[in-house]
Design a protein around this ligand. Sequence first.
Ligand SMILES: *Cc1c(COP(=O)(O)O)cnc(C)c1O
Length: 214
Amino acid sequence: INGQHPLTWADVTTTSFFPAKPLGCYGDGGAVLTNDDKLAQLMDSIRVHGKAVGVDLEGRTFDHDPKYLNMRIGLNSRLDTIQAAVLIEKLNVFGQEIEWRNRIAKRYNDALRAHVAKVPDVPAGNISNWAQYTIEHPDRDALAAHLKEQGVPTAVYYPIPLHMQPAYEMFPRVAGGLPETERLMDVVISLPMHSDLDEATQDKIIAAVLSFKA
Ligand SMILES: *Cc1c(COP(=O)(O)O)cnc(C)c1O
């Protein structure tokens, strides 16, 4: 936003390296970013089963590898070396990737704006890296079926929002829940978005959306 990285206003941000992401690896991966040294150490510890890190070792002697001194309950959340190797190379072309995705999003927006309920507009001063391209359509499920027939894969992110997931049923919910979220769950649909999408393929996807008769 306005040329600033999220860490300008957040203590911690997270990012996923899931393969479909703008910076994706070839399997599962992710990162936590912070400018806070103490938090960085704590995360490093949690990442490796709660191993002892610098602050934990102050005033304590431990003659073995500090990863065998568990100071807290952590996770097994190491990034595979092979995934790191992929990400290091992809970081070099990340700027280009964002440009490509923005070009595709603009073509989609220009072609679809008049034909669907809503195209995704990015507020002035903001940059999206278009991890996904999602439109709103009142007849979402019929549109998805039509696009599938035309050979265009789509996805719904997400059919059930977090506050309505069975896993959270035991927590109280405010009456009315989250009305905007609950409206969107029935109308959002994501179109293909990746940098290998050439203009001919984009046009085919656009034509398939335009040919949908509700
Ligand atoms: C990012 C993403 C994931 C994976 O997220 P993680 O935080 O890496 O688990 C899964 N599905 C979709 C649609 C995503 O956009």
